[in-house]
Write a new protein. Structure first.
Length: 387
């Protein structure tokens, strides 16, 4: 475990933790709050990511938003020693073999290939949930029975880009999940490979576009659910952590139905909810991640809106059309700040917007107004620079 209080005489550019992900600003900010110096490797190299890190190393991408594993291993070999802990963010659920190689060569803090296989191989997850008595949608490898509406998903996909209504899976690497209607929420929890500690619930929403009707939009919390539902979810996560060996921070995507609830997906890593919950009164979440991976869970009650004092939200802002980043400075409620001159294509994520309010509805209203304001300012600045 890294030291969370430093010798003032130690070199300022020495990293205590290596953070890797498609976009790692949230984890870099969490490291700063936990008192850690982070070396960050991601695809974007946003300005605020660089501010949080002792160094930020750009990674080569394959496809739209995928990390080139060969480049990652090469950069880690150059910049990260074998004794510095490595924490993974998004980008590895579809590549358990890469996670296995990282665990072999570096000090990986989090979930390895066996846990990823249980949680990200759809047929294995369905069998596990069935055996544990955890409610979940049905999974189909190729085609669903008549009368069952389904969504096609990519194995190990994240961010909702890959999800669409379909009657038949397109082939290898894809599957169908029964489509259920309900309220989408997420449970943030810790695991110590034996039991779970439920930390908070948030509400999620989509930012649909023509090619991706279930594209992730944002989240806000904390929220409270029916006490019986909360207890049922907590007990189910206990069983799931013990069976799959989940360690550290993780989240479970859930649907609240007219009667009961259903578990849609488990993300066995720190994720987007850091932006919502890595604030007082909760202690630094990355510190809790390290402690849980060492087998220690905190004595924390479920976070309530009353205890938090406010509801916080974070939303992804996708570009309505192509433009060049020329607005400087950006508002203080903007994170994941692209460097000046960055070309952003239509539909790509521009940044993350923050807001706070009395409830989820108020937070979403503020986020919507800020998105409109920011797009106006970005468009004006881009046009002015082109004149």
């Amino acid at each position: 475990m890294p030291s969370f209080s430093h010798d003032p005489s130690s070199p300022k550019d020495t990293a205590d933790v290596v953070i890797v992900g498609i976009a790692a600003r949230g984890l870099a900010a969490a490291a700063r709050r936990a008192g850690l110096r982070a070396l960050v490797l991601d695809l974007f190299g946003d300005d605020d990511t660089r501010e949080f890190a002792v160094a930020a190393i750009p990674l080569r991408r394959t496809g739209a938003f995928a990390i080139d594993p060969d480049d990652l291993l090469e950069q880690l070999a150059i910049h990260a020693g074998p004794d510095v802990p490595v924490v993974l963010g998004t980008g590895f659920e579809h590549a358990p073999e890469v996670v296995e190689e990282l665990a072999r060569r570096f000090r990986l803090v989090g979930n390895g290939r066996p846990t990823l296989a249980w949680l990200k191989e759809p047929m294995m997850l369905e069998r596990l949930l069935h055996n544990l008595g955890v409610p979940h949608p049905r999974i189909f490898a190729e085609r669903a029975p008549g009368g069952v509406t389904t969504l096609e998903k990519r194995i190990g996909g994240s961010g909702g880009w890959h999800v669409r209504p379909a009657e038949e899976a397109r082939g290898r690497g894809w599957y169908l999940q029964e489509r259920l209607e309900g309220r989408t929420v997420s449970a943030l929890f810790l695991g110590d490979r034996r039991q779970a500690r439920l930390l908070a619930f948030s509400e999620q929403w989509c930012a649909p576009c023509e090619d991706a009707p279930y594209r992730y939009g944002g989240a806000a919390g904390p929220i409270r659910l029916d006490p019986e539902i909360e207890a049922s979810i907590g007990a189910a996560l206990d069983r799931l952590v013990g069976a799959a060996g989940i360690a550290g921070l993780a989240s479970a995507d859930l649907l609240l139905l007219d009667e009961g609830w259903s578990l849609i997906e488990v993300n066995p890593r720190p994720g987007a909810s850091l932006d919502v919950f890595d604030h007082a009164p909760l202690p630094p979440l990355l510190r809790l991640h390290f402690e849980a991976c060492e087998g220690r869970l905190p004595e924390l009650a479920l976070l309530t809106p009353e205890a938090a004092g406010t509801v916080r939200g974070a939303a992804i802002f996708y570009a309505p059309s192509s433009f060049e980043m020329r607005l400087d400075p950006l508002p203080e409620w903007v994170a994941d700040r692209p460097p000046q001159g960055t070309r952003i294509e239509a539909g790509e994520p521009i940044c993350t917007l923050f807001a706070a309010g009395r409830d989820v509805s108020e937070v979403r209203d503020v986020l919507a107004r800020r998105q409109d304001q920011l797009w106006h300012d970005l468009s004006m600045a881009s046009r002015k620079a082109a004149e």
